[in-house]
Design a protein around this ligand. Structure first.
Ligand code: GLV
Ligand code: MN
Ligand code: MN
Length: 424
């Protein structure tokens, strides 16, 4: 008796993508949720970094970690000036809690496969081509998104960053030390930055625009300004059974009202607001909380709308706190200004991708409200992004997806961009 025939495809790149993707698929995956727990400097993320180092070395690339823990794998063929500004591509391995598998790793896997494509066709770059893996892009462990690229570019001081803590009170410095990295080397790295001539990040699309447009791949135009705010609600802890309703000063009520206000204000302003994380003290079923911290993630098309959103949420929270006999403090934790990707670079990449994929529609140019290391680097070097269609449109959740065929199209698109940028 013969079993079912194995699923094969006529496209060898799809097979290569599948094989490489399978190597990462189990790392840090929670079998219960199907989501990934790949926090920065955790065992799972370190396993991914080890995988990256092995794969890069297998290709003859020289791999280095910078003082901030970002990894750099250089392809510098003989005759190429190693000091020449490189064409850099890459992304990150870390995930949000129970996040999807594509956000980040797709950019790194695609970068390695794009290099393979270029080599297979005998292409030799005229300048270094580098694959980068940035640390703590999501801020899923220490709260500050794009930590590795912010440190590299001086967007956050080492002193501040190294003192950030995770939910167990472990500092960045301690986590680095535990992973064998030297935190005293963290900080701005102008030499490394000067060696980035151009940065192109491939990423799974975080929305459904490409599905609706019928295109496997798009390029990014801009990133909405966004940020994170900690809302500190303070009331009076007390007994859940014996405290008369009239005597309560319950910060959970103020928080609950603020969650609804954030949603309403974002809808009113055409912006996005989310409260997806709360910490309650003492977090007991039979105690009125003494304190609730809630984190507001707010994003809008421009700075004015973002400021209006955060001000309105803060005002609603304060008004409700007065009525509840509680207090609220709004503490900004991070700030990501609007990013306009380099228009000439974006056009150039769209043209190269179009010539390669010859799709039924022109390569769409899309704005995004998601943050990326590319957004941080865009303030320092010409930067662009390539998006790969996501049929679910979902991201930061387990059913984030991209088909193997679209991932192969993404690799071809990235290879076309790299060839164009690194050629003579
Ligand atoms: C990163 O993915 C973010 O936009 O939060
Ligand atoms: Mn993300
Ligand atoms: Mn990402």
């Amino acid at each position: 008796m013969t079993g079912p025939a194995p699923v094969t495809t006529a496209d060898p790149l799809v097979e290569r993508f599948r094989a490489m993707w399978a190597q990462l698929a189990g790392i840090g995956r929670d079998p219960d949720t199907g989501g990934y727990l790949r926090y920065a400097w955790s065992r799972a993320e370190l396993t991914c970094r080890g995988w990256f180092t092995t794969e890069a070395r297998r290709r003859g690339l020289a791999v280095q970690a910078d003082g901030n823990g970002n990894l750099w794998a250089d392809w510098i063929p003989s005759g190429v000036d190693p000091a020449a500004p490189a064409v850099v591509t890459g992304s990150h391995f870390d995930s949000v809690p129970h996040g999807g598998g594509y956000d980040g790793p797709l950019g790194i896997v695609s970068a390695l496969l794009a290099l393979d494509e270029l080599r297979d066709r005998g292409f030799t770059p005229a300048r270094p081509v580098t694959v980068a893996a940035f640390v703590e892009e999501e801020g899923g462990r220490f709260g500050l998104a794009c930590l590795g690229s912010r440190l590299l570019t001086g967007g956050v001081s080492a002193q501040y960053a190294l003192g950030l803590t995770d939910s167990d009170g472990v500092t960045v410095a301690e986590a680095m030390r535990a992973a064998g990295a030297d935190p005293t080397a963290a900080g701005p790295d102008p030499d490394r930055l000067a060696r980035i001539g151009v940065y192109v990040e491939l990423h799974v699309e975080q929305g459904r625009a490409l599905v609706d447009l019928g295109a496997p791949v798009g390029v990014a135009s801009m990133i909405w300004p966004h940020g994170r705010w900690r809302l500190e609600f303070t009331g009076s802890g007390d007994h859940a059974g014996t405290t008369r309703m009239v005597d309560r000063r319950d910060p959970m009520l103020t928080c609950a009202h603020t969650v609804l206000a954030a949603d309403a204000q974002a809808r009113r302003l055409g912006a996005h607001a989310t409260i997806g994380r709360v910490a309650v003290r003492p977090n007991a079923t039979n105690a009125i909380p003494a304190q609730v911290h809630a984190w507001l993630d707010a994003r809008a098309a421009d700075d004015t709308a973002l400021a209006a959103l955060v001000d309105a949420v803060g005002a609603d929270a304060a008004a409700r706190a007065r009525a509840d006999g509680t207090s609220v403090a709004v503490v900004r934790e991070s700030d990501s200004p609007p990013v306009a990707f380099d228009p000439d670079l974006t056009d150039r990449i769209a043209t190269a991708v179009e010539a390669t994929l010859r799709g039924p529609v022109p390569v769409p140019v899309l704005p995004t409200a998601a943050g990326h290391d590319a957004g941080v680097l865009a303030g320092h070097v010409p930067t662009a992004m390539i998006f790969v269609r996501n049929p679910t449109g979902v991201s930061h959740a387990p059913n984030e997806h991209a088909t193997d065929d679209d991932c192969a199209a993404g690799v071809r698109a990235l290879a076309a961009a790299l060839a164009d940028l690194a050629g003579e």
